[in-house]
Ligand binder design. Sequence first.
Ligand SMILES: Cc1ncc(COP(=O)(O)O)c(C=O)c1O
Length: 438
Amino acid sequence: MTEKLGDDADELRALRDRYVPRGITTAHPIVADRAQGSEVWDTSGKRYIDFVGGIGVMNVGHNHPRVMAAVHEQLDRVTHTAFQVVMYESYLRLAQRICELAPGDLPKKAIFFSTGAEAVENAVKIARAATGRQAIISFTGGFHGRTLLALSLTGTVNPYKQNFGPYAAEVYQAPFPYEYRGWSSEQALAALESLFESAVSPQRVAAIIVEPVLGEGGFIPAPIPFLRELRKITEKHGILLIADEIQTGFGRTGKFFAIEHSGVTPDIITVAKSLAAGFPLSAVIGRADVMDAPAPGGLGGTFAGNPVACAAGLAVLDVMRDERLPERAARIGSVVEERMRTWSAEHDLVGDVRAVGAMAGMELVRDRKDKTPADTETARILALAREQGLLLLRSGMHHNVIRTLMPLTIPDDQLTEGLDILGSALAEVARVPARSKK
Ligand SMILES: Cc1ncc(COP(=O)(O)O)c(C=O)c1O
């Protein structure tokens, strides 16, 4: 990407090339200077509408005044004691609030960590301790993080798994229902049953982990009947159901937890990302009897559940409630989906539109019959949109899904402005015949 940036940015980008490994890519070659609400400014002063929110982290918007006030207040009191050494109020109050919010009538408990991957790893540890079983089943296209067990559960090779094996033992993968590419719920469930016959007996499975809507996998919602059937299968075999809500969680889909759309109560839920508006915080929430399975000392981490991050988390919950952000997500989603469906009627490039609340995405294909993923076209749209002042991110196993993760606090005029930019970038790329796009 040879975009001319301001002097500062050029110098900083040189530092990046010289001192930061290429393994961590940067989607947009700009340097953030400041951010507020749904807007980001780079070091040259250029302003962008943010449809990414730091990968679904900024549901309450950048620098929400109530979050910042709570953080400042906590900073002046205590910033770290390590919860397993000395406990603090923000952790305990957040545990209570999040347990009260999570679906299910049985008593629940919650434990905090720093990253999503860490939450996933600990959910697996807890499930194994609770069942005395070892095997875990995850789904193709799923993404659960970059640490070794989380990566073992992840169902996309490029770019995540690359040359990082060998992977953790006792991890099995079943197909995720992906109607657009020929995997119905019935087929996916049949494949799961056949996995039980060919690879691992259900009596050896500790947990099945599923994203209610695939995030990195391309914004693919798990059909509600599929989730309900999965719950029945897990109950039948004494398998725990883990809902990985790290990308779906916290209001984005129109409910606090996406799994609530299905009425299914999982045994364990993992959340992270928008939980603390940019402060590193993740959580595992689950049935109290399951959560209490690991023996004392078996869970924790030096920075796990940092007091400042927990204070931010409490403020986030207040903002979500008081500003009715789950409802707002549903409204944003209907606006975005309607625009995407209009584009789909105008351009063959748009192969599929999928949305659950504000978790909306469109899958781009070179031709609608063969559904050849339009990955280079997707990259061009992202670059064009950025030039016009909109930050976007793609996802999907074939890198051809444009997803929207804007703050749920985005004002209507900025939402329209961002969608107009996306529409014009899409139209420009759709105009150029596929052959000349290579
Ligand atoms: C569903 C899901 N699980 C786990 C993770 C890993 O989270 P983290 O990057 O914070 O480790 C992600 C990150 O995108 C995710 O979307």
